[in-house]
Ligand binder design. Structure first.
Ligand SMILES: [Zn+2]
Length: 375
């Protein structure tokens, strides 16, 4: 059996629903220690993290990922136990098959192959693994990066093993992600009888024209690597339930997915200016879940693209689509960050799966990345 398939199954059999690690990191550490990696277990709060490094001098090539998985969802909709990895028709089924225990396994087996074949690799190899990517992402990669920064440790190149592929393995790699800024808005009005609007102040009517402007606004244009910034309302609530009462308050939540041509202060200022200009009385709390990051095409993306091309015969598309990833915490260390992993079509769904033949492809791609950068 393929070593990558075997290790993927071992990791998937551990029910590491976020933030539990269930021994996945120990399993990885047991494979890395004999290769000469210094193993550090960094536990913050209830989150297990693993930092493993081999080699004193840079450049540092780091593999990053997470051992936690999202909950299973309704068990009766799974065709097999989500934590008993099961092979059917060339696919391996179970929670974490694609997001991202196959990625973790391929990193480990590729590193084993690389160190067995490279006489004296230059630079250093590292692993930054957390069990808090699917949860609040507070005590995971973010905290490990803080620790590395305090020590003055740097990462030059980071390959995140998140499932980046869309139709075929290696068709897409991520070279950045958009930023994510959320707002929790309360519009203050005056409640009253619907027949006496002059005695009330309807917050729905107050907000409507401002909202129309916010949703129709062209924030910026898409460019070669980033979609245009988008404003979306996720929740909107007002009203007492009675048909004859003007509500006194409206609550809304919204999110901006933004490209790096925007700045955080300018986005906030624009939203607040539009609300104020429409004479909305409001309070607004902002939440930043991730600033955008972007690795312009350069040595890392070229090395990764070449490694993919050597296996598939096609250069991958360089994308910044999708949600945020832990790459957003690693990039500010000054690292180039690229995401390369299996097909993401089934992630977070019931009957999550990965193509078995893709496991060895990913192993070969990661091995090619190491050879291109460190051999
Ligand atoms: Zn993931």
């Amino acid at each position: 059996m393929s070593e990558t398939l075997e290790l993927t199954q071992q990791l998937m059999a551990r029910a590491s629903v976020t933030p539990a690690d269930e021994g996945c990191q120990s399993l990885m550490a047991e494979r890395l220690a004999p290769l000469g990696f210094q193993i550090e277990r960094l536990r913050y709060g209830n989150v297990d993290n693993l930092w493993a490094r081999r080699g004193p001098a840079g450049p540092v090539l780091c593999f990053a990922g997470h051992t936690d998985v999202v909950p299973t969802g309704p068990l009766e909709e799974w065709h097999s136990d989500p934590f008993k990895p099961t092979i059917r028709d060339g696919l391996l089924y179970g929670r974490g098959a694609a997001d991202m225990k196959s990625g973790l396994a391929a990193m480990i087996t590729a590193t084993e192959s690389f160190l067995a074949s490279a006489a004296a690799p230059r630079g250093a190899l590292a692993f930054l693994i957390t069990s808090d990517e699917e949860g609040p992402s507070v005590d995971g990669t973010r905290r490990v990066v803080e620790t590395l920064r305090e020590r003055g440790e740097r990462i030059d190149w980071c390959i995140v093993g998140e499932p980046s592929s869309e139709q075929r393995i290696g068709d897409t790699i991520k070279i950045g992600r958009r930023g994510s800024l959320s707002g929790r808005l309360t519009v203050h009005g005056v409640q009253g009888h619907i027949a006496y609007p002059q005695l009330a102040d309807n917050p729905v009517h107050r907000l409507a024209p401002a909202l129309a402007e916010l949703v129709s606004r062209v924030w910026d244009q898409r460019n070669e690597h980033f979609q245009a910034t988008s404003f979306q309302v996720s929740n909107l609530n007002a009203g007492t339930g009675a048909p004859n009462v003007i509500p006194g308050e409206l609550k809304a939540r919204f999110n901006l997915r933004y490209s790096p041509v925007q700045t955080l202060p300018a986005l906030k200022r624009t939203v607040e200016e539009i609300l104020t200009r429409h004479q909305v009385r409001y309070t607004l709390e902002w939440y930043l879940s991730g600033e955008p990051f972007y690795t312009p095409p350069g040595p890392l993306s070229e090395a990764v693209s070449a490694a993919v091309h050597a296996i598939t015969g096609h250069a991958p598309q360089l994308s910044t689509g999708g949600g945020t990833s832990d790459g957003r915490f690693i990039a500010p260390l000054g690292a180039q960050v690229v995401e390369l992993g299996v097909i993401n079509a089934s992630i977070h769904k019931v009957n999550e799966c990965v193509r078995i033949e893709d496991l060895d492809c990913l192993h070969q791609m990661y091995l090619g990345c190491m050879r291109n950068l460190l051999a």
